[in-house]
Design a binder for this molecule. Structure first.
Ligand code: 6GU
Length: 244
């Protein structure tokens, strides 16, 4: 099934990313279609105003609800479309959310670029509010593109098997193991010996342990939800004991 992507924005020039790398290939193979829409085309007055001062006072401007509504109506969306409002107040995007969205056939990204968006847009016009993390960006365009990238690369056929998403960081809920390529020794920096002896069972065991060690050191929170075998748990217990 083709995934259709719509972007509602005031900065359509930011969407060149859709036509590079894996997203470019996904368009060419018919896996995705996309359209970028300038919400300013729905402004009604002669100054083409899309925002206004906040009721109750305060700094910054607020995206008008009529602009977002007209822009969405213009898309004539099917009822099954997911309408994602990009906002730091939203549900934090993660790999599980990406997997959920990769099952959809129509995603709409509503990108604001102001202090905020009229609350009635949140209440009446969208199906989801999404954030990409706890920091503040100027607008929703980079979040929309980040989410698009994470979702599309999960679609069957989007990524060559050489870089299979099944092998990715987070796929098993752990950070990735370290990667090396030739030369085996460069500038006195050596590749671990074990990767060069051709023993695939030993290599797999080493990679799993490296992934566990990194996760233990850098993101111990991930260990609470990762799928861990009895031997993983035993190795983690050894790492814990070493740290005492
Ligand atoms: Cl979705 N929008 C903005 N403006 N800033 C963010 C964000 C979204 N997610 C994290 N920071």
């Amino acid at each position: 099934m083709t995934l259709h992507l719509d972007y509602l924005t005031l900065f359509p020039e930011m969407f060149g990313y859709l036509h590079t790398s894996i997203l470019k290939r996904a368009h060419l193979s018919g896996l995705i279609t996309s359209a970028v829409h300038n919400m300013r085309e729905h402004a009604t007055n002669k100054h083409r105003t899309v925002d206004d001062k906040p009721f109750g006072g305060g700094v910054g401007m607020v995206l008008k609800p009529d602009i977002a509504h007209l822009a969405l109506q213009h898309l004539a969306l099917p009822t099954h479309a997911r309408i994602l409002l990009m906002t730091p107040q939203g549900r934090t995007f993660d790999q599980a959310f990406a997997k959920e969205l990769a099952k959809e056939t129509h995603l709409v990204f509503l990108c604001g670029h102001y202090e905020g968006i009229d609350e009635r847009v949140h209440q009446h016009l969208v199906t989801d509010e999404v954030s990409i993390g706890d920091y503040v960006l100027t607008g929703g365009e980079l979040p929309a593109l980040s989410i698009t990238d994470a979702v599309v690369r999960l679609m069957p056929g989007a990524v060559g098997k050489a870089a299979s998403p099944q092998e990715d960081s987070f796929y098993h809920g752990l950070l990735d193991y370290p990667h090396y390529t030739r030369p085996a020794s460069y500038n006195g920096w050596d590749v671990p010996e074990i990767l060069m002896n051709g023993n695939h069972a030993e290599i797999e065991k080493w990679r799993r342990r490296e992934a566990l060690k990194r996760t233990f050191e850098r993101r111990p929170d991930l260990l609470e939800t990762a799928e861990l075998s009895a031997s993983d748990r035993k190795y983690l217990a050894e790492l814990s004991a070493e740290r005492l």
